[in-house]
Design a protein around this ligand. Structure first.
Ligand code: CA
Length: 612
């Protein structure tokens, strides 16, 4: 195959062999990050993986050079990790871990809309949370109407990465809180804004791979209501237009379970489509370097990443829970407090790794369908913090994640009950945080952060170890505290700002691009076996093309394409191989059998085209 270059000799620095598999993972799948050796090396690996190892590329994550694969039949995850970790092109390989929502109870008590509104109207007390006591009134009053942070043209967007959302819940519609992707036309089957997702009008459902958002669990809708409850009292009417927008990104299924690969996709979607606060009421104990990279990316973009500390009554200092335990400077790890400002009985804690407490017991919020319910968990504590940061962004739109975190932690209310439990010995204070953000000068820069992959699973394993003797994250990184090895990644955040707006796979890296790529808008007829499909080509180079079609193309599949010239006057025929796909709608096709005459025509066409 023409695009498979010769793999040169490289020094093996380190590979990530033995998985520290403290939790379950999806059978038959791995996430692989390749070393930064340039496009040809990546092509070679992808070709080799698909032809020699029968692996199927499911998704590629931009210039992170990270790829999500399905393994060939009969290959176990442990065997694949053992094999791939010895490949000189592989930076790391890991299982596709399952992740879980972080509520402790599910919905405890349910109320109808009428019951809540009647109660709210008659009661003098705040019914939001039995002990919320975090100064919500301040946010409601000071930021409402024509005051500070009055309705902005572009309200801060909070991504709720969760089980979804009942998007037509009365609270959501009354407050107009649902994010709208202005670049997308609903229901036309076209990726109008070119972000790789078709008809993503209000967010994306990574479980079904569609723009249809719903909540078949209730968790995401509950979390969303809490974020909005920092904006206004959602229990009373009339409700007002929210000063923030909610971008629902569903990656947890109806049982509250999702995969790391989908979480990563949701995180990239969030920041690449304008979210500035990410609420993450979920987690898992398996350290994922891939997820670490994704969280670091959110930091490089200035976003805030708020994460639940977990509900196992564990000390996260010794038993980390991810993503809350990543040391990325924009991550805020949130514990749950209960009555009298004590740590909730179920809440994880950590004097160094958990930042602050926030109300998390018997929290009343929205649930499907069109009603309210109470729930407990660090899942509920987290959105109070995310909602507070969103209001801080209303007060100070240009403030970055690093500074927002510092202010939130500086402005807590300390409680002796929380001493030794959380880093700040304190609990969220929304009033102080929002007030302080409104009055503070904005830092336009943030300290540099370079991903240093966590040590536990970072050694080349013996075969024996790879077959199951790796131990757990807790065992390796917790009580002993002895790192097995450390890999400092030279690229890290320095390279991150270069990550393309859309995640376009490895086909066209900017820095080491082999062929210039040009924007084009041409029709293409694609033959796959006996099938003939119609689509469009949105970019082209001498090495390949991006093809958009509503039909499903198999990763690694061979295709023949009849591509029309930009002026429609002629067509060329080239053979190729699908090397990446996004949302099963956009495909990267590397030219495999392109006659010299066809390449000459492409050269002629592109003289008048704009470079990408
Ligand atoms: Ca789109």
């Amino acid at each position: 195959m023409a695009f498979i270059g010769r793999v040169g000799m490289y020094v093996i620095l380190a590979t990530l062999g033995c998985g520290a598999w403290a939790q379950d993972y999806k059978p038959g799948e791995v996430i692989v990050k390749l070393k930064n050796k340039g496009a040809m090396s990546s092509y070679a690996f992808l070709g080799k993986a698909q032809t020699d190892k029968q692996m199927t590329l499911k998704e590629s994550y931009g210039k992170m050079n990270m790829h999500h694969f399905a393994l060939g039949k009969g290959t176990s995850v442990s065997q694949a990790i053992h094999d791939l970790s010895q490949d000189p092109d592989v930076e790391f390989v890991e299982p596709n871990y399952y992740l879980h929502k972080s509520d402790d109870t599910g919905i405890q008590e349910r109320f109808s809309m009428a019951e809540i509104e009647e109660y709210a109207a008659s009661s003098q007390e705040k019914i939001l949370a039995t002990d919320s006591n975090i100064g919500l009134d301040y946010a409601w009053q000071s930021l409402s109407g024509g005051g500070v942070g009055a309705l902005a043209a572009n309200p801060p967007v909070v991504a709720v990465i969760d089980t979804g959302l009942q998007i037509d819940h009365t609270v959501i519609t009354d407050t107009s809180a649902l994010w709208v992707n202005s670049g997308e036309i609903a229901g036309n089957g076209i990726d109008d804004d070119g972000n790789g997702y078709i008809d993503d009008v209000n967010g994306w459902n990574f479980v079904t791979n569609s723009g249809t958002i719903y909540d078949d669990d209730g968790h995401g809708t509950h979390v969303t209501g809490i974020i909005l409850s920092v904006d206004q009292n959602i229990f009373t009417t009339p409700r007002t237009t929210a000063k923030i927008r909610i971008m629902p990104l569903k990656f947890l299924d109806g049982s509250g379970i999702g995969t790391t690969s989908d979480a990563i996709s949701a995180i990239y979607y969030a920041v690449n489509n304008g979210a500035v606060v990410l609420n993450n009421s979920w987690g898992g104990t398996g350290y994922s370097a891939a997820l670490h990279d994704a969280v670091a990316y959110t930091y490089s973009k200035g976003a805030s990443f708020v994460a639940a500390a977990g509900n196992s009554a564990n000390n996260n200092d010794s038993v980390p829970l991810y993503p809350a335990s990543y040391d990325v400077p924009n991550v805020i790890s949130v514990a749950a407090t209960g009555s009298s400002n004590y740590l909730a009985s179920f809440s994880n804690y950590g004097a160094t790794s958990v930042d602050l407490g926030s109300p998390g017991t018997y929290i009343l919020s929205t649930i499907p369908t069109n009603s309210f319910g109470t729930s407990s968990g660090t899942s509920m504590a987290t959105p109070f913090v995310a909602g507070t940061i969103a209001q801080m962004k209303v007060a100070s739109p240009n403030m970055l994640g690093y500074q927002l975190k510092s202010i939130v932690l500086d402005q807590i209310q300390t409680y002796s009950q929380l001493s030794g439990k959380v880093y700040t010995s304190g609990k969220l204070n929304t009033a102080n945080a929002v007030s302080s953000a409104g009055g503070a000068a904005v830092d336009s820069s943030q300290p540099a952060y370079t991903v240093s992959y966590q040590s536990a699973s970072r050694s080349v394993a013996s075969e024996n170890a790879a077959m199951g003797g790796c131990g757990t994250v807790a065992k390796l990184s917790g009580s002993t505290g002895v790192p097995i090895s450390q890999i400092l990644v030279a690229i890290g955040l320095l390279l991150l700002p270069l990550v393309a707006y859309a995640i376009r796979g490895v086909l066209y890296p900017q820095s080491r691009r082999r062929h210039e790529r040009y924007k084009i808008d041409s029709e293409v007829r694609i033959s796959v076996g006996d099938r003939e499909l119609v689509g469009s080509v949105s970019s082209i180079s001498l090495g390949g093309a991006q093809v958009n079609t509503a039909a499903l193309l198999e990763d690694g599949g061979m295709v023949t394409m009849l591509i029309e010239s930009p002026d429609g006057s002629e067509k060329i025929e080239v053979g190729g191989r699908v090397v990446w796909s996004e949302a099963n709608k956009a495909y990267g096709v590397a030219f495999d059998q392109a006659p010299q005459s066809a390449l000459q025509r492409i050269t002629d066409w592109t003289r008048n085209l704009q470079k990408v």
